[in-house]
Design a protein around this ligand. Structure first.
Ligand SMILES: [Cu+2]
Length: 145
């Protein structure tokens, strides 16, 4: 009896017409060198069946997260602009990485220290949300691979 219910549930899921949704891998957070300064979050986003827009990232206890894009200014300085959304192409990838798109996390709790895992929630414009665990590293540590 129980077995047949499980199989039926799996068949329903397998036959669903809903398109595959975006997923997130390789999330990590680099803490600021100075306590109280914003941390930066990075991840790889894999597009689903349709193009999507990442509009928000949340983390427990973190006051505010902004999506930013780094760019070089005319005089060789690095600057950042806040962006409303990060496009994730259908079937493709979008990357939050040092020097490019990234998320700035303001008000990171003092309990979030190097070696911790911070569960990040990635929210898309269509309401879809996906959680991914982010490895937390210190300011001077090399980016994880
Ligand atoms: Cu930034």
């Amino acid at each position: 009896m129980h077995r047949s219910i499980i199989i039926a549930a799996m068949l329903i899921a397998g036959c669903s017409q809903a398109p595959a949704r975006p997923t997130v891998t390789d999330a990590w957070v680099r803490l600021a060198a100075v306590p109280g300064r914003p941390a930066a979050a990075y991840a790889t986003l894999h597009g689903g069946a349709a193009a999507a827009q990442l509009v928000q990232i949340g983390a427990p206890g973190v006051a505010r997260v902004e999506l930013h894009e780094s760019r070089m200014t005319g005089n060789g300085m690095m600057a950042m602009d806040a962006v409303a959304a990060l496009p994730v192409p259908a079937g493709g990838t979008a990357t939050l990485a040092p020097g490019g798109y990234h998320a700035m996390m303001f008000g990171v709790p003092a309990t979030v220290t190097p070696g911790a895992t911070l569960p990040l929630t990635f929210r898309f414009a269509d309401g879809h949300a996906v959680e991914a665990p982010a490895r937390v590293i210190g300011a001077g540590e090399a980016a994880p691979h």
